[in-house]
Write a protein that binds this ligand. Structure first.
Ligand code: ADP
Ligand code: MG
Length: 701
């Protein structure tokens, strides 16, 4: 940052201490630089005007006219204020609800104004509330001929005279002092030429005061590119750094156990995608550098077997391995599945969770420490200090969105010297754009193919009116020997109500599906682990036909005989959660069904969510829709890159720019890993001088 950009905001003409304080607290604008990088959120085309006559409700209009009277009495008690605005075609009422005092004191009658606002309606009268106003005499002719920026503001800022127009005035003051040397070029010249960008100075000027729409677009293109480019540069540099600097245990051979398993034990042929991923991982772990790989695969795509094969490679090379799952049930299930797969390979596999205690626990801890246990599967109990390995070579975490980054880091710290290889498995498909920005420093493998013979789940969308048909359908499936999940939402904020709701739903089901013919399991998050497991087991052993549950079963549980998933209040679930839940059925060979029960009144967004579920089974398509509907904030929650600050760019709309930025960053780093070449000097300078980026750069550069 240059001195100019660091200047405290109150030194700007028109700001001073009071407005300065307001800008600092309300808009986080502390310096000239903060103001400069606070871009308009839209632009108004001031080249065309409208007439009052002919304006319709909902129109955004720009009018020239005068106020001919005020009508204070009309709203006296409500604290509102109104005035009549007239042009040569007619008149319209203008209303203020806020800053009334200020408007009353400053509004001039019989003086031409330029008015910009939106036509609304109150009972039968059209009106305009809180328009932007400018004395026509003060509007420069040049301004009338271009796009006018609109900045976001708040009620409080408005009381300080910083409405949209006030904010614009500040920007004009800033731009009048703004010089090219205040913003040194941060992109190399060859890149600017190649991408046909304007200079950084021209770009920043143009984003605030564009001459025309073409110029605005060019400025926006460059700024969006920069937003992605510098974060990609950092992420890729981090990845390169790790690859070059951090040694990994070389697993030089694919040995006996792996081959024995592959040839004799594997109960099915691997899908092409599984083969590809195993190969990618083999290359990683054989390279002598630490593997840090994210394995993405939709629910049911067969990640467990891939994890197992990787663990066998570790064991073949004389190392131990661990697999950590977020819940007891899931960990147990992994343990059982893996145990069955490899039961006569003569390996010692153990299970560890909070519920493993006493001498059993002691014996496991000892076995891990002296190396006699090859493979440990468990919950976050694996992170405890008492868990010490003889030689840990590979750490796998499943369903990673439940673990934080730090927790993963703690797995690394389990060994002195060379860290273990890391494989992170997630069943939450992350859209490509998001993966690139959030996990850009990890290598990514994708299983994009389901095992053969799976029938796509048939999903439907039903309201309470269809309850009898839904029950009849369940009855038929149960008669065919199938099992049914009925899922109720449960969130902390409305936990009590939600539990009552679940209880009520359970009672109704018991009346419709009475014992002894029908048995129903209930599992929810407030139950003791033992009780939960007991109920779970009854369902797994087919002693019950229906399982009423909250989302605790969302992750991982594999019950191939369950073919119907009924989700109550489906509108309350997010898309990726619905997809996860649906993934609990359709795991055997039979046709499976997902029924989304919803209330009568649905928001537009909820409707779209449910329709997306009905339309597609593809987790990536669903993830894209989720990103579009919700924005990226909620999707991951576990990881924020400090360098990613998207002001203009959007992960959904601008994926082309993102891809280009990533490719270019990659090529530059391949050619010049430390950005030491003269031509890349602007990059290095920018990265090492920026307050937010320099820390990350120093870590990896
Ligand atoms: P997820 O990716 O959701 O963890 P799993 O690893 O649990 O999926 O696999 C889901 C089911 O598919 C399991 O029952 C597993 O045995 C089966 N499966 C995995 N790979 C294959 C394959 N290549 N062919 C047939 N079935 C497979
Ligand atoms: Mg799984």
């Amino acid at each position: 940052m240059t001195k100019f950009l660091d200047t405290p905001i109150e030194y700007l003409k028109g700001v001073g201490p009071v407005r300065g304080e307001a800008l600092r607290t309300e808009a986080s604008i502390k310096t000239f630089g903060d103001l400069l990088f606070d871009y308009p959120f839209r632009y108004v085309d001031r080249t065309t005007f409208q007439k009052i006559r002919g304006a319709k409700e909902g129109d955004t209009v720009q009018l020239v006219g005068q106020f001919i009277s005020t009508e204070e009495a009309r709203y006296k008690r409500s604290g509102r204020f109104s005035a009549i605005f007239q042009d040569e075609s007619g008149w319209i009422e203008v209303i203020w609800f806020q800053s009334v005092k200020w408007v009353k004191a400053n509004l001039k009658l019989h003086t031409p104004y330029l008015l910009y606002g939106k036509i609304g309606r109150y009972s039968s009268r059209l009106n305009i509330a809180h328009p932007e106003l400018e004395l026509f005499a003060e509007v420069s002719p040049e301004k009338l001929a271009r796009l006018v920026p609109v900045y976001s503001t708040t009620e409080f800022l408005m009381t300080k005279g910083l409405d949209a127009r006030g904010r614009r005035k500040l920007m004009e003051a800033l731009i009048s002092q703004f010089q090219p040397e205040h913003v040194p070029e941060n992109l190399p010249l060859y890149l600017i030429n190649k991408l046909r960008f304007m200079s950084r100075y021209d770009t920043l000027r143009a984003i605030h005061l564009p001459g025309d729409d073409v110029e605005r677009q060019r400025a926006e293109d460059r700024l969006k590119f920069e937003e992605f480019f510098f974060s990609q540069l950092l992420l890729l540099a981090a990845r390169n750094h790790r690859k070059l600097q951090i040694p990994g245990i070389p697993f030089v051979q694919v040995g006996e156990k792996f081959h024995q398993f592959y040839k004799e034990k594997l109960p099915f042929a691997l899908t092409e995608a599984q083969k590809r991923v195993v190969k990618e991982i083999r290359q990683d772990v054989g390279s002598g550098h630490q593997m840090n790989r994210l394995l993405q695969g939709d629910v049911g795509s067969g990640k467990t077997i891939v994890a197992l094969m990787c663990m066998l490679i570790a064991i073949d090379n004389g190392y131990q391995c661990c697999l950590m799952a977020p819940t007891e049930i899931l960990a147990q299930q992994h343990y059982t599945a893996i145990h069955n797969y490899i039961n006569d390979l003569h390996l010692r596999v153990a299970f560890l969770s909070g519920s493993v205690t006493g001498s059993e626990r002691m014996s496991i801890l000892r076995g891990l420490h002296n190396g006699s246990i090859h493979m440990i599967i468990g919950t976050h109990a694996l992170l405890e200090d008492t868990v010490q390995y003889h030689k840990l070579g590979l750490a796998i975490t499943d369903e990673q969105h439940r673990f934080g980054v730090e927790q993963r880091a703690r797995l690394w710290a389990k060994t002195e010297g060379i860290p273990p290889h890391i494989l992170v498995m997630t069943a939450t498909p992350i859209p490509r754009t998001l993966a690139m920005t959030l996990y850009g420093d990890l290598d990514v493998s994708v299983i994009d193919e389901l095992p053969p013979g799976r029938k796509p789940i048939v999903t439907s969308n039903r309201s309470e009116a269809h309850r009898p048909q839904v029950n009849t359908f369940m009855e038929k499936q149960i008669a065919e020997g199938r099992q049914v999940f009925v899922i109720f939402p449960l969130i902390e904020e409305s936990e009590k109500l939600d539990l009552e709701n679940l209880q009520a739903g359970y009672e109704k089901l018991r009346i419709r599906f009475p014992p002894p013919q029908y048995q129903i399991s209930v599992v929810h998050g407030r139950m003791k682990t033992d009780d939960k497991d007991y109920e779970m087991q009854r369902f797994i052993q087919k002693k019950t036909q229906i399982m009423v549950a909250t989302t605790v079963i969302e992750v991982g549980v594999d019950i191939p005989n369950a073919t119907v998933m009924v989700i109550e209040n489906a509108e309350r679930f997010g898309l990726s959660q619905l997809h996860q839940l649906r993934g609990r059925v359709g795991r055997g060979g039979s046709q499976s069904y997902c029924i989304l029960m919803h209330s009568y009144k649905l928001s537009k967004e909820a409707k779209e969510r449910l329709q997306t579920m009905v339309k597609t089974n593809d987790g990536f398509e669903i993830a894209e829709a989720d990103l579009r509907l919700r924005g990226p904030g909620d999707l991951t929650g576990t990881r924020q890159s400090g360098a990613l600050d998207l002001r203009l760019a959007s992960l959904t709309r601008d994926h082309k720019i993102l891809t280009a930025a990533r490719n270019i960053a990659q090529r530059i780093l391949e050619d010049d890993p430390g950005l030491k070449k003269e031509i890349n000097r602007p990059l290095l300078k920018y990265l090492s001088e920026s307050s937010t980026l320099s820390k990350e750069w120093h870590r990896v550069g």
